[in-house]
Design a protein around this ligand. Sequence first.
Ligand code: FMN
Length: 367
Amino acid sequence: MSALFTPFRVGNLELANRIVIAPMCQYSAVDGCMTDWHLIHLGHLALSGAALLTIEATAVLPEGRISYADVGLWNDATEAAIARTLESVRRWSDMPIAIQLAHAGRKASVEVPWKGGAQIPPGTTNGWQTAAPSPIPFQQGERPPVALDRDGLKRVRDAFAAAARRAARLQINAVQIHGAHGYLLHEFLSPLSNRREDEYGGSLENRMRFPLEVFDAVRAVFPAERAVSMRVSGSDWVEGGWDIEQTITFAQALKARGCAAIHVSSGGLDPARQIPLGPSYQVPFARAVKAATNMPVITVGLITAFEQAEAIVGTGDADLIALARTILFNPRWPWHAAAHLGARVNTPEQYLRSQPRQYRDLFDIGH
Ligand SMILES: Cc1cc2nc3c(=O)[nH]c(=O)nc-3n(C[C@H](O)[C@H](O)[C@H](O)COP(=O)(O)O)c2cc1C
């Protein structure tokens, strides 16, 4: 019996196997609204046989977008665009769907990656003033963010809650709050980006305060039976920055507040990071958080091989594995993994005839 293809529950969310599709920005929205690209992109991933599809970082405010082409969920138009996309996806796939709610903080207002990704200054086309815990830019030479004041903090917190309400109305199965990769909530957590002198900065307890307030605000409005989770960076990979010990304390605080699962990534906060990139390089962070909290843990990062994924779940290092580049490169990765590991995978009826002769029991009939 394959560990990777063993079902799992997060709250009332039934997952057919342990493979999660990680959130992936597509930089293909218009005024925050999903386009046909999202239908194509999410539609094909929804046929992949994974257990959960996570919608890309979705900005809770226009200025919380990484770029002008990010998806948002801050008004009726952005909600309707997601509704249209999901209506089509769900017609042909019963894969559960999560959404990552996000605010990019000081890393907002940049060009899309394939046009260089440079900061776009406020007052120019597609640019705006960024906001963060402290007025420290991400990269040298960039225009600094403004420090959020009390009203600003309330506006962001309320926007996360409002987006979660809209996500509930869209029948989205789970919310993941983006607390990783150097975006706004991570900027509060890390002592490198948070130099505040009020109750939101300084001690670890103070730096965790705003992300925990956002978690509480989202948890309070999203239906109780549906999961709210958090994505974190397990380390800034910089001396004196956010690290795994602080991550564990944060995870314990989240668990105490009803967080359903934690997705442990790393990096993104400081360009000076030193990351020992390699297969499974972030798994040790997941293992440490799981050992300390015993909450459902998702790991991610350079997981490409079937046996590698099987070993991560089989040894209990993490409960779930997430795939990003791997599943873009091979959108049928879960089918191939199931074939390799002697398991079964959900497949649309239209594609049943593709079952290779040597894998006679591979396909479960899909939705
Ligand atoms: C095209 C692309 C878009 C991404 N967008 C997001 C995003 O919206 N939110 C997020 O938390 N991470 C994002 N990531 C990071 C991935 O979710 C993942 O953590 C990372 O790519 C490592 O996994 P991998 O080695 O399987 O690609 C993105 C990665 C890629 C390649």
